[in-house]
Ligand binder design. Structure first.
Ligand code: IPE
Ligand code: IPE
Ligand code: MG
Length: 243
């Protein structure tokens, strides 16, 4: 047996390398709403509102471009540190977004999914979310996963504990307990607004994802920007440690 065969017999295999081609699962850290508003001397809330408009367009584009999954970072477990009035603006926008857009998801075969500890949100939003999840549960075209009260370290800790409770703490067993277990592997992670950090988002899932950082502020992010990122992604050679 060669060294490599001995190794392969011990570990879970990663996919083979090669040109990426079309992405199946894209995630976006939607950042820069505050700076967008500040540049225009507008209240931050206006930036967040324009951010929701950008979400709507990008979700439509993801559907038209045939993405299987789009995961959007909307509210982190650390965003509770923000001032009360900003949190309340964000919750108000979330409420309004679910109410106004759920019919469009339902009609267009979009499955809504939430990752993160959404039960920690205000009770009426939890109810809205659960109704929306139930209404779209059987849709199969595109999954829109919204990260709400999400922190990746917390997710990994929870998944590891669940795997341990079943007596199987392996990479595959932990992965099966992540909030994203039913999504395709993460192909491309986009962050807007020029920040180059993960801010506790999809740390595990990003192990071999391609990354795309753009200076565009989230409210200015258009389907054209998404297309540009996807075109770049398709040409990337993914190696997974091989060569
Ligand atoms: C991203 O925009 C939206 C959320 C984090 C909810 P920010 O509010 O973080 O905008 P900047 O980073 O201050 O510009
Ligand atoms: C990450 O953005 C969270 C979301 C986009 C929801 P932040 O603006 O909260 O991240 P930091 O604080 O700049 O790292
Ligand atoms: Mg920010």
């Amino acid at each position: 047996m060669t060294l490599r065969q001995a190794h392969d017999a011990r570990v879970d295999g990663l996919p083979g390398g090669g040109y990426a081609g079309p992405a199946r699962h894209v995630a976006i850290i939607m950042d820069g709403n505050g700076r967008w508003a500040k540049k225009r001397l507008l209240p931050r809330a206006v930036g967040h509102k324009r951010g929701v408009d950008a979400v709507r367009e990008v979700v439509r584009a993801a559907r038209h471009m045939g993405l299987e999954a789009l995961t959007l970072y909307a509210f982190s477990s650390e965003n509770w540190k923000r001032p009360e009035d900003e949190i309340s603006d964000l919750m108000g926008l979330l409420r309004a977004f679910i109410r106004s857009d759920i019919d469009e998801f339902a009609a267009n075969d979009v499955r809504l999914k939430v990752i993160g500890d959404y039960k920690g949100l205000p009770a009426d939003i939890v109810t809205l979310i659960e109704d929306a999840l139930a209404r779209t549960a059987h849709n199969t075209r595109t999954t829109l996963a919204i990260a709400l009260n999400y922190g990746s370290q917390q997710e990994i800790a929870r998944a590891a504990a669940a795997a341990a409770a079943k007596g199987d703490v392996t990479v595959a067993a932990i992965e099966a307990e992540l909030d994203t277990a039913d999504l395709p592997p993460l192909d491309l992670l986009i962050r807007t607004s020029g920040e180059v950090r993960l801010s506790n988002f999809l740390l595990w899932q990003a192990a071999y994802a391609e990354m795309w950082f753009t200076d565009v502020l989230w409210p200015d992010f258009t389907p054209g920007h998404l297309r540009e990122a996807l075109e770049h992604y398709a040409t990337r050679e993914r190696r997974y440690g091989g060569r």
